[in-house]
Design a protein around this ligand. Structure first.
Ligand code: FAD
Ligand code: UDP
Length: 380
């Protein structure tokens, strides 16, 4: 590929934000160069085909959205399949339970068969939790443990929440904020769909294919770190779209932002169907990993699962992030939010640089909102 002498946009990062922006700008006849420090495109949604299975190298990615415009946009590039996320949880009592918490979960836990029976059981357990708190003079849940107990009761807390949450966050439930658990839906129907959004699926052929389509006809340089020749890239483009970490852009002058990360242990196994589901959570504190992902189930269903005699699984270990690791989840606590705010003020004043995506905006962004944000950026 021959580089041009000048570009309208230099885009730092070939993840979903950078690639979506590049597609739009290219379609509007702006010239774009994408530079990416990794040896592949697609950022964290990268999937690589290993022995016929698309492996989600940076963690399981399930596309879900209520935004019709975004859904139509991605489906025009590559068809999405009918995958619906229905995780199951292997609990300390040895049973398998359906998630999110719904009538199937309650039936397995308590034998209740109707919503009224389940409601009665939930009310009984919640009342116990409220009474225990009252005895201590507490009226509002002060932490995740109390929030969960008053929301869903002791049985589900002990079997499905406590161990998983402590592994995921590396801290006990009574020192975690209550809001984390408020997101978990409680459904009084036999519905195992983890998400409430009307549109959900996985791109047929994997996410890399989607990003290849986004980058069709766009100049892309891999294994190129913006900071190795910062001044050069700054002068090569009229505008810079930066999707890397915002603190790095400003040489960490206000301090480093923190992240949580996940370590993946990926293994090929000579059996066509290891766990019968894409996602199995391990909610016991004594199992060191939080989940096992079996990648083929994102894209093969029913009998077709057996067409490939082997399978690939990834065990996920939630890990404290240190410098040099892949930053995955921003930690939006008080300290980090205050630091980010100072960087944001600087970023807003930049005339030539636009900051976008998960790392540059230090925000836990799902894929669909990242695409929506890149589609909404004004072109000039
Ligand atoms: P990224 O994908 O991180 O892209 C940024 C790119 O910039 C990277 O490729 C990076 O290498 C590159 N870069 C950084 N610095 C430089 C530099 N100095 N020079 C050159 N290049 C640079 N979302 C969902 O909707 N559903 C899910 O199920 C889901 N699961 C997830 C699971 C995990 C474990 C994680 C971490 C995220 C998950 N997400 C999920 C979120 C999803 O990954 C993000 O929304 C999306 O990848 C964000 O795209 P981005 O372009 O902002 O960032
Ligand atoms: N959670 C849990 N048990 C489970 C799955 C999730 O207790 O089997 C809790 C846990 O505290 C977690 C939160 O729900 O941090 C949100 O989990 P989810 O997987 O929905 O979100 P993500 O980890 O992808 O941000």
């Amino acid at each position: 590929m021959e580089l041009k002498n000048h570009y309208d946009y230099i885009i730092v990062g070939a993840g979903l934000f950078g690639a979506t922006f590049a597609r739009r700008a290219t379609d509007a006849v702006f010239t774009c160069l994408v530079i990416e420090k990794r040896d592949h495109i697609a950022g964290n949604v990268y999937t690589e085909n290993i022995d016929g299975i698309n492996v989600h190298r940076y963690g399981a990615h399930i596309f879900h959205t209520a935004d019709r415009e975004v859904w139509d946009f991605v489906n025009r590039l590559v068809p999405f399949n009918r995958y619906t996320n229905c995780p199951v949880a292997q609990a300390p009592d040895g049973n398998l339970y359906n998630l999110p918490f719904n009538m199937n979960t309650f039936y397995r836990m308590w034998g209740v068969k109707t919503p009224a029976e389940a409601q009665a059981k939930l009310d009984e357990q919640r009342a116990e939790a409220v009474a225990a708190m009252k005895a201590e003079g507490v009226t509002e849940p002060r932490n995740l443990r109390e929030q969960a107990l008053t929301l869903i009761g002791r049985d589900i807390f002990e079997q499905l929440i406590e161990g998983y949450t402590e592994k995921q966050w590396g801290r006990p439930c009574d020192s975690l904020p209550a809001f984390i658990i408020k997101r978990l839906p409680v459904r009084m129907t036999f519905d195992n769909n983890y998400f409430n959004d009307p549109y959900q699926g996985i791109p047929e052929g994997g996410y890399t294919l989607l990003v290849e389509k986004l980058l069709e006809g766009v100049d892309v340089l891999l294994e190129t770190d913006f900071f190795d020749r910062r001044e050069h890239w700054m002068s090569l483009g009229d505008k810079i779209v930066y999707t890397g970490p915002v603190d790095r852009f400003y040489d960490y002058r206000f301090g480093r932002l923190e992240y949580r990360t996940v370590r993946f242990e990926t293994e090929k196994i000579d059996t066509p169907n290891y766990q019968g589901n894409a996602v199995v959570n391990y909610t016991s504190a004594t199992v060191p990993y939080t989940r096992i992902i079996e990648h083929k189930h994102f894209e093969t269903f029913g009998q077709a699962v057996y067409d490939n005699p082997a399978t690939i699984i990834s065990r996920e270990y939630s890990t404290e992030w240190t410098d040099g690791m892949e930053p995955y989840y921003p930690v939006n606590d008080e300290r980090n939010s205050a630091i980010y705010e100072r960087y944001r003020e600087l970023a807003e004043k930049e005339e030539k640089v636009i900051f976008g995506g998960r790392l540059a905006q230090y925000r836990y962004y799902d894929m669909a909102p990242v695409i929506a944000a890149a589609l909404a950026l004004p072109l000039e």
